[in-house]
Every structure is written in structure tokens, then in C-alpha cells.
Design a protein around this ligand. Structure first.
Ligand SMILES: NC(=O)c1ccc[n+]([C@@H]2O[C@H](COP(=O)([O-])OP(=O)(O)OC[C@H]3O[C@@H](n4cnc5c(N)ncnc54)[C@H](O)[C@@H]3O)[C@@H](O)[C@H]2O)c1
Length: 265
């Protein structure tokens, strides 16, 4: 039996990187996964590669109507929602993003996807999971929301000002949602995941900031990671899987850091 056998899951931004890895691990462990992705080509490709019960739904986390349509699609297909991974996120910059260099347009673009997208996800996710009924004390049920933050939400990021602020908001919002759901006895858990340096398109983008030599920057960054290597998307996906599963039934409002020890120094 899989660790999330039969559970109905949504992964936003599941077309690549960490989202794709999370969708794959959830599917491997028995979940029926909906890939909710802005990029139709990558989202469709992941759903086809996973096969089985995996489906793709075109989705924009910034749009409330898109969330309503996504929840309706999942409800009509599966009748319930157990797991929501609010993974989609953007950097929205090809250069350093210090206070002086950050324009309003850029600030808003980052907050719209990274903060408003997660807010809408929590709002519609909790509404859908509430329909599952609360969990009996000591029992299971309800649902699990996993929000993608970053170590940029834990420590200062002067070169990624808007991004760091957005991830700090996700960390804080997660705790509010967790407490609200717990106090109402909904049985819905909400936790945040905080990756450090991970090998994905976005990881490469961070290393290429400021037109520096990305390979040299990777090498420089690796020295700063106590474990001596960057993480892989599957390392983050395994943390998401744990928080989404009933193994984490007493875990809510917490932050799971997956950074090879960077923030432990
Ligand atoms: N890669 C890292 O080093 C790292 C570190 C810390 C946190 N994170 C966070 O992890 C998450 C995933 O990162 P990644 O490295 O896999 O990123 P990525 O850029 O490789 O993938 C992000 C995915 O989100 C999708 N997306 C973007 N805007 C969207 C929207 N409006 N609606 C729906 N989908 C949208 C993209 O199409 C893409 O498939 C992000 O929230 C990111 O901030 C990544």
C-alpha cells in the first residue's frame, strides 16, 4: 500500500522542477494527481508521463476564476480533494533585485504569483477539504496543504528582495491557515517547505543573476552548503510527500527546511 494511497491531490506548477517531482512521488505512492499548470505543454507532458490517474488542468494561480474552475474539475472527477501542493512560484528577474533595483511592476508580479496564488490556493483548498468532514480526534481525514516557501522566507535576501518578501509571506500565512483549521476542528493541516539551492530551471536562473558565470556561481555556492552539494527536486518532493501523508497527522503550522544545512550555520 502506498503512503498516500487513493488520495486526491493537486500540484500547482507541476509541469517542471520541484512540482513535477512532487507529482511523481505522490503518484508513485498511490495518489490520483491533477497537474495544475500554466504551461499547457509541460503540464500535459507530465500527466502523460505519469499515466494512470494523473491528469492535466490548465491553471493560473493568479486568477480566482481559474481556482474555481480547477476545484470544480477535481470535484466532478473525483468527488473530493485530500492534498493540495501550492508549489507554483516565480523569481521574475534576470538580474539582481535589490531594494533600489526593484520596480513596482516586478514587485507586483512576484507577489501576485507567489503570495496571492498561495492565498487563493489555501482559500479554495480549505473550502474543498472542509467538505470531507472534520477528523475525529486521534483519527484521520480532513486534508493536507503544503505551501512552497524557500530559505529566502527565513533569512534576508538583499539580492532577491521581492522574492524573499513573498516567501516570508507564505511562511507566515501557512501558520495562520494551520491554526484556523485546527481550532475549527477541520482536520486540515497546513505546512510550509523551505528549499535551499535545488537543481531546477529556477535554481539555474538564480545562479545566472547579474550576468555572472552561472557555472562559477554554482561552484561558489556549493562551498556554502555544509552538505557540499545542491539538492535535487526529488529531495524536496520527498518532504512534500511526508507532509501530505497521514504520517504527518500531528504536524501542522510548521516549516520543513531542506537546504543541506545552509540556514543551520
Ligand atoms: N529551485 C530552487 O532552488 C528553489 C528554492 C527554494 C524555493 N523554490 C520554490 O519551489 C517552487 C518550484 O520551484 P522550481 O525550481 O521547480 O521552479 P520552476 O521555475 O522550475 O517551475 C515553476 C513552475 O510553476 C509554473 N507557474 C509559473 N507561474 C504560474 C502560474 N501563474 N500558474 C500556474 N503555474 C505557474 C511554471 O510554468 C513552472 O512549471 C517555487 O515556488 C519556488 O519559488 C525553488
Amino acid at each position: 500500500m502506498g503512503r498516500v494511497d487513493g488520495k486526491i491531490a493537486i500540484v500547482t506548477g507541476g509541469g517542471t522542477g520541484i512540482g513535477r517531482a512532487a507529482a511523481a512521488r505522490l503518484a508513485e505512492e498511490g495518489a490520483k494527481v491533477t497537474i495544475a499548470e500554466f504551461n499547457a505543454e509541460s503540464g500535459q507532458a507530465v500527466a502523460e508521463a505519469l499515466g494512470g490517474d494523473a491528469v492535466f488542468v490548465r491553471h493560473d494561480v493568479r486568477e480566482e476564476a481559474s481556482w474555481q474552475a480547477l476545484m470544480e474539475a477535481v470535484a466532478s472527477h473525483h468527488g473530493r480533494l485530500d492534498i493540495l501542493v501550492n508549489n507554483a512560484g516565480i523569481l521574475a528577474t534576470e538580474s539582481d533585485q535589490t531594494l533600489g533595483q526593484t520596480e513596482m511592476e516586478q514587485w507586483r508580479a512576484v507577489q501576485t504569483v507567489n503570495v496571492e496564488g498561495v492565498f487563493l490556493g489555501c482559500k479554495y483548498g480549505v473550502a474543498a477539504m472542509t467538505a470531507n468532514g472534520g477528523r475525529e480526534k486521534g483519527g484521520l481525514g480532513g486534508g493536507a496543504i503544503v505551501n512552497m516557501s524557500s530559505i529566502a522566507g527565513l533569512v534576508g535576501t538583499p539580492h532577491l528582495l521581492a522574492y524573499g518578501a513573498s516567501k516570508g509571506a507564505v511562511r507566515q500565512m501557512t501558520k495562520s491557515v494551520a491554526i484556523d483549521c485546527a481550532r475549527k476542528g477541520l482536520g486540515i493541516r497546513c505546512n510550509s517547505v523551505h528549499p535551499g539551492v535545488i537543481h531546477t530551471d529556477m535554481g539555474d536562473q538564480v545562479m545566472a543573476l547579474g550576468n555572472n558565470d552561472a557555472a562559477a556561481k554554482w561552484a561558489e555556492r556549493l562551498v556554502q552548503i555544509p552538505m557540499g552539494e545542491a539538492g535535487q527536486a526529488v529531495d524536496v518532493a520527498n518532504c512534500i510527500l511526508f507532509l501530505a501523508s497521514d504520517e504527518a497527522r500531528h504536524v501542522t503550522g510548521t516549516e520543513l527546511v531542506v537546504d543541506g544545512g545552509i540556514t543551520a550555520i
